[in-house]
Design a binder for this molecule. Structure first.
Ligand code: PMP
Length: 422
C-alpha cells in the first residue's frame, strides 16, 4: 500500500510533537499510518487505504465507528452544552446502567480515563485500609500512573522515584501459590490486590481459582480486591468478574462505557465508596474538570444499551471464530511458532514461543515476526495492534471475520515472515 501522506503527516507532526506521537503505544516503525475516518468496522488512512479495524481503539469502540445512534445522542447533547461543573441527569443515566449491570458495583464515580479510575480506586483502598502497598501481576496493565508500572517499557532512570516502586509487589498472573507467598510476606502492608480478569497484554484468561484465592487472601489480610475491567467489561454484561464468580470490593472501568469518548469509572462496595462523600469533612477528594461530562455520559448510555447479552455473545463467538481461523492458518507455518490466545472477543497472536503462552514472561512482545505480521496484515487491509492484539466489534459479522482470516493467511504466506530472529 502507498503511505506517502501518512509519512508526510508524521513529519509535520514531528515538528510540533516529539516523534510526531502523542500516544506512545500508537507508534510503530517505520511510521504509523494516519487514520482519517471510520465507519462501522472499517477505517481509512489519509492515503485512502481501507482496513478492517480489528483494534477498535484497543477495545473501546466496541460498536465500530460513527455509530448512528451514538452520533445522534452526541449531537443532541452538543446542542445543549457539553459540560457543566454541576450534577446532571445524564450522569444518573450512565451510573444507573453501570450499577444495574455489574453486581459488585453499588456506587460509582466518573473520571476521564482508565488511568484515573485505577489511581482513585487504589487511593480509596489506601484510605479505607490504612495500608500502603499494592500487589499487581507481572505484565498487568493498569494505565499510566507510576504506581502501576508498565512492564514492557524502559522509562529513563529516575522517572519513577524508588519510594514509589517500593509500594508495588509483582506476582505471576494465575499463580495461586505465588500470590499466597506474597501475601504471607507483605500481607499486613497490602491495601489492594489489583488484577485484570483477562490481561490486555497477551490475553491471558484469569482462572476462577486464582480470583477466589485473591478474594480470600485480601479478606484475610485486610486488603481490598480491585478488578480492573477497563477492557474486560465487554466480555459479559456484568464484566468478566461475573464469569469468574468473584465479587471484588472495587472495579475500574473505561473504554466501552464512554461510547467512544474519553472516560473512566470506578465503583464497588457502597461503604468503601462513601469515602468520597463530599458531605464528610474527611472525604477523599476526587475532582476532574471533565468528570461526568455530558457528552461522554450521553454516548456511553447508548453504547451500553447497544451492548446487550445477545451482542456480547455474538462478538465473543466472532472472537472464537477469528482465533480458531488464525490457529489453522498458523498450523501451516509451524516454523513461526505462532500461538493464539483468546477469550471471547479478545485475541492475541504471539510468535516465537515454544508451547502455550500462560504468563507474561512467555510473551515475545518485541518479536520481529510480530512486527512483520503486523505490517504484512496492514498491506492486506487488516488493522490490529503491532504486538498482535485484536478484538471484534458488534459492527462485524462472520463474513468480515472470514475476510480478515483470508487476508491474514495471505499475510502469513507472502509477508516475508521468517523464523530467523533479528
Ligand atoms: N486498565 C486497563 C486494564 C487497561 O487496559 C487500560 C488501557 N488500555 C487502562 C487501565 C488505562 O486506561 P486509559 O488508557 O483510559 O487511561
Amino acid at each position: 500500500i502507498k503511505t506517502e501522506k501518512s509519512r508526510g503527516l508524521i513529519e509535520r507532526l514531528g515538528r510540533s510533537i516529539p516523534g510526531g506521537n502523542t500516544r506512545s503505544l500508537a507508534y510503530f516503525a517505520p511510521y504509523p499510518l494516519a487514520i482519517s475516518r471510520g465507519s462501522g468496522c472499517r477505517i481509512w488512512d489519509v492515503d485512502g487505504n481501507e482496513f478492517v479495524d480489528l483494534l477498535n481503539n484497543y477495545t473501546a469502540t466496541v460498536h465500530g465507528h460513527a455509530v448512528p445512534a451514538i452520533k445522534e445522542a452526541m449531537s443532541k447533547q452538543a446542542a445543549l452544552g457539553t459540560v457543566f461543573p454541576a450534577p446532571g441527569e445524564p450522569q444518573a443515566e450512565l451510573a444507573e446502567r453501570i450499577v444495574g449491570r455489574v453486581a459488585s458495583v453499588e456506587k460509582v464515580r466518573f473520571a476521564n480515563s482508565g488511568t484515573e479510575a485505577v489511581m482513585m480506586a487504589v487511593r480509596a483502598a489506601r484510605a479505607v485500609t490504612g495500608h500502603e502497598k499494592i500487589i499487581k501481576a507481572e505484565g498487568g496493565y493498569h494505565g499510566m500512573w507510576e504506581q502501576v508500572p508498565v512492564a514492557w517499557t524502559q522509562d529513563p532512570p529516575g522517572a519513577t522515584p524508588p519510594g514509589v516502586g517500593a509500594l508495588v509487589r509483582l506476582v505471576d498472573y494465575n499463580d495461586v501459590e505465588g500470590l499466597e507467598a506474597a501475601m504471607e510476606e507483605e500481607g499486613g502492608d497490602v491495601e489492594a490486590i489489583i488484577l485484570e480478569p483477562v490481561t490486555g497484554t497477551g490475553v491471558l484468561t484469569g482462572t476462577p481459582e486464582y480470583f477466589a484465592a485473591a478474594r480470600r487472601l485480601a479478606d484475610e489480610h485486610g486488603a481490598l480486591l480491585i478488578c480492573d475491567e477497563v477492557i474486560t467489561l465487554r466480555l459479559g454484561v456484568g464484566g468478566f468478574q461475573e464469569v469468574l464468580g468473584v465479587r471484588p470490593d472495587l472495579t475500574t472501568m473505561g473504554k466501552i462505557i464512554g461510547g467512544g469518548l474519553p472516560v473512566g469509572a470506578f465503583g464497588g462496595r457502597a461503604d468503601v465508596m462513601e469515602v468520597f462523600d463530599p458531605r464528610s469533612p474527611r472525604h477523599l477528594h476526587h475532582s476532574g474538570t471533565f468528570n461526568g461530562n455530558l457528552m461522554t455520559m450521553a454516548a456511553g448510555c447508548v453504547a451500553l444499551d447497544l451492548l446487550t447479552h445477545g451482542e456480547i455473545d455474538r462478538i465473543n463467538a466472532l472472537g472464537e471464530r477469528l482465533a480458531e481461523g488464525l490457529r489453522r492458518a498458523l498450523a501451516e507455518r509451524p516454523d513461526l511458532h505462532g500461538v493464539v490466545n483468546n477469550c471471547g472477543s479478545l485475541v492475541h497472536v504471539n510468535f516465537g514461543t515454544e508451547g502455550e503462552v500462560r504468563k507474561f514472561s512467555d510473551l515475545k512482545l518485541d518479536s520481529p515476526m510480530a512486527a512483520a505480521f503486523h505490517l504484512a496484515a496492514l498491506d492486506e487491509g487488516v488493522y490490529f495492534a503491532p504486538r498482535g492484539f485484536m478484538n471484534t466489534s458488534t459492527a462485524m459479522d462472520e463474513q468480515v471475520v472470514n475476510e480478515v482470516l483470508e487476508a491474514c493467511a495471505r499475510a502469513l504466506e507472502h509477508g516475508g515472515l521468517c523464523s530467523a530472529e533479528g
